[in-house]
Design a protein around this ligand. Structure first.
Ligand code: BGC
Length: 248
């Protein structure tokens, strides 16, 4: 069975697992540590070293994919919303490659989740345009047309009403911070999704992030023209997608 390791660095947690590449499923338990406060490159690297050590994969030749919550272009991180500003214009891929002492594939976290869902999840065999969003500390987005990824869309940073970034208004972190009920939060999601539905006319919305396990509490409250479904791999999509891309 071909395998690879996926690491998903988020604003709140850093998760890793071994992935079965053929089926696009977890081949180990998921290992998680909290994202270090401030999320500086050095501290994040150390946390990634810890999860990899805990994962205890003996085979050092396995492909390793790392997903990160920022714009990633040619191995560089170009933005930093819920992590240290040191990541802006930072050669992150090289930093991890040197720090971990092995080759890696480095991608945006929502793009990784999108690839996982397109290859092995809710958007598998879907023709046309799938728009995946992750609702977590921030809002991430992935555009997939006939399964082909258009990387680095950043819909969580759309200006919205008085908010510079819509993620401040509608992410899971906003629901938790403001103690919103499911229906109060769903009103915000309604505003967000109907806006991006009008802008991009997707054929399918997929909703990822940790809250996708509670999809039954809020997705039925939304009124959209486009079908909207939870990510099949829930919060493991980032791990699975990163591993899958590393295995290519
Ligand atoms: C970042 C994105 C990321 C998303 C989800 C946003 O704040 O700008 O790059 O995909 O959070 O983690």
């Amino acid at each position: 069975m071909a395998k690879a390791i996926g690491v998903d660095i988020g604003g709140t947690g850093i998760k890793a697992g071994l992935v079965d590449l053929e089926h696009g499923t977890m081949a180990s338990d998921r290992v998680r540590v909290p994202t270090p406060a401030g999320a500086s490159p050095q501290d994040v690297l150390q946390a990634v070293q810890t999860v990899l050590k805990t994962l205890d994969v003996k085979d050092a030749s396995l492909p390793l994919g790392v997903a990160f919550p920022a714009i990633v272009k040619r191995g560089k991180t170009l933005s930093a919303a819920n992590v240290s500003k040191e990541w802006i214009d930072f050669d992150a891929e090289k930093f991890f490659r040197d720090g971990l002492g092995r080759n890696i594939v480095f991608v945006n976290d929502a793009d990784a989740a999108g690839v996982a869902e397109a290859r092995h999840g809710a958007a598998r065999d879907v023709r046309g345009f799938t728009l995946l969003t992750t609702l977590g500390t921030g809002i991430g987005s992935a555009f997939l047309n006939d399964g082909v990824l258009l990387p680095n869309t950043e819909l969580g940073h759309l200006n919205f009403r008085e908010y510079e970034s819509v993620e401040t208004f509608a992410a899971t972190s906003a629901r938790e911070r403001e103690g919103l009920s499911w229906s109060e939060w769903a009103e915000r999601l309604q505003a967000f999704y109907s806006h991006i539905e009008f802008l991009f006319s997707p054929d399918l919305f997929v909703v990822g992030g940790g809250v996708s396990k509670n999809a039954g509490d809020f997705l039925p409250l939304l009124d959209l023209k486009t079908p909207i479904v939870p990510a099949i791999h829930r919060n493991n999509s980032g791990i699975i997608g990163a591993a899958s891309l590393a295995g290519d």
